[in-house]
Design a protein around this ligand. Structure first.
Ligand code: GDP
Length: 444
């Protein structure tokens, strides 16, 4: 999980401040020393760390803070503000051309996640009711063309390709024409990657830039490479006018140094972050929400947006009805688990709940929970339809069969059935209560 150790260190530092009724300059100094070490350990650029700590210290030793009744909280607020500012302040949205199609050039080194991200961005646009066209311009690796085509098929997004014998500029121009004719409002151009920055690559990207005048040139960088990612971004930006960054693999970057430094070093805004291999694991980047996650204050807004995107409202309403009537079956239970799953890996979801950061560390078994959900799903899937509707019929021999079929144990099957029974009892009580309250409501 991103920022894991930085988050826990900062939270520990602020915990100490929070407990104090009054702060002295020495307290602030000590806290800033800890913040500085935490940031350096998170692989944040040295210059960025220095400036950051100095800004926070200056504001924190101001008289309003030291004399306030809740100085600890004031310091946290300052750190929150400055972290937000460090990452760009406000959200930087994807541009939209005055006259469609909006052309987006996707650039980056090989392996950064450029092709995958092109597909993910396409999916984001589809969710925003747009009609993207993906364009395969990496003519040096035929596998890259195929990769984009496969992605397009999976996502049901059209892919424009002309093989590997045509120059990228020609392909891209033809693609834009194709988009005009077919009503595609966004053209996402997947360009060639290289292992290292070289002149030939840069020339090709410059040619594309000149020929297409893209609204956006987005550089995809791998957050897991830390300060290397920042260096790559700087070199690209010097040669091409990058309009924004996409940091991938932030899910695997436990330190978070690139995310915290790259904006300040390059001046380019981070537009999106990749949070996993799955195709819906791309999030618009909100500096304030990210700061809040780092400080353990959660990110409820992103969670709500995710829920809105992935939970089927009609289904939720149906589910609620069943719940009220206590008609909830194991099939419904399976469905619900699937919906929670759709939101993303459990540890990421928990990280978005305020205060969960700390609890997660205490639990330290959250990854297991993802596995546990899989086991529960496997158990229910191994039941017949009758068993799911009427768990009462499940006798000892059926339990053995279910355990075998799901690769679990009879104890686990028992535990699930017991939990489900308890849940049903609770629902009956609830629905009983709701009915009574309903009647009272009518009378009153
Ligand atoms: P390209 O060479 O830059 O086009 O890179 P690819 O799109 O082929 O991606 C390289 C690898 O990175 C693939 O295995 C992707 O699944 C993986 N990847 C891309 N983005 C993310 C991300 O946000 N998180 C994780 N965990 N993996 C990612």
């Amino acid at each position: 999980m991103a920022f894991e150790s930085l988050a826990s260190k900062l939270q520990a530092t602020f915990q100490k401040l929070r407990g104090k009724g009054k702060l002295t300059e020495d307290d602030v100094k000590q806290a800033m020393r800890e913040v500085r070490i935490a940031l350096l350990e998170a692989d944040v650029n040295l210059k960025v760390v220095k400036e950051f700590v100095e800004k926070v210290r200056e504001r924190a030793v101001g008289s309003e803070v030291l004399q306030s009744l809740t100085p600890g909280q004031q310091v946290i607020k300052i750190v929150n503000d400055e972290l937000t500012a460090l990452m760009g302040g406000t959200q930087s949205r994807l541009a939209q051309a005055a006259k469609p199609p909006t052309v987006v050039l996707m650039v980056g080194l090989q392996g950064a996640g450029k092709t995958t991200t092109t597909g993910k961005l396409g999916l984001q646009l589809v969710k925003m009711q747009k009609r993207p066209l993906l364009v395969a311009c990496d003519v040096y690796r035929p596998a890259a063309i195929k990769q984009l085509q496969v992605l397009g098929e999976q996502l049901k997004i059209p892919v424009f390709a002309m093989g590997d014998q045509v120059r990228p500029v020609e392909i891209a121009k033809a693609a834009i024409e194709h988009a005009r004719v077919h009503g595609n409002d966004y053209v996402l151009v997947d360009t060639a990657g290289r292992l290292h920055i070289d002149d030939q690559l840069m020339q090709e990207l410059k040619d594309l830039d000149e020929a297409l005048h893209p609204s956006e040139t987005l550089l995809v960088v791998d957050a897991m490479t830390g300060q290397d990612a920042v260096n790559v971004a700087e070199s690209f930006h010097q040669q091409l006018q990058i309009t924004g960054l996409i940091l991938t693999k932030l899910d695997g970057d436990t330190r978070g140094g690139a995310a915290l430094s790259v904006r300040s070093v390059t001046g380019c805004p981070i537009k999106y972050v990749g949070m996993g291999e799955k195709l819906d694991a791309l999030e618009p980047f909100h500096p304030d929400r990210m700061a809040s996650r780092i400080l353990g204050m959660g990110d409820v807004l992103t969670l709500i947006e995710k829920a809105q995107q992935s939970i089927d409202e009609k289904k939720a309403a149906e589910m609620e009805k069943k719940f009220r009537r206590a008609e909830f079956t194991l099939d419904d239970f399976l469905d619900q688990l699937g919906q929670v799953r759709n939101l993303g890996p459990l540890d990421q979801i928990l990280g978005m709940l305020p205060g969960m950061g700390k609890m997660k560390q205490q639990l330290s078994g959250v990854e297991v929970s993802d596995k546990q959900i899989s086991r529960v799903e496997a158990i229910i899937r191994s039941m017949t339809s009758k068993e799911r509707q009427e768990p009462k019929v499940i006798d000892a021999s059926r339990k053995r069969r279910i355990a075998k079929g799901s690769g679990t144990t009879v104890q686990e099957v028992n535990r699930l059935l017991k939990q489900f029974e308890d849940m049903q009892k609770m629902m009956k009580q609830f629905s009983g209560m709701a009915k009574k309250m309903g009647k009272k409501g009518k009378k009153g």
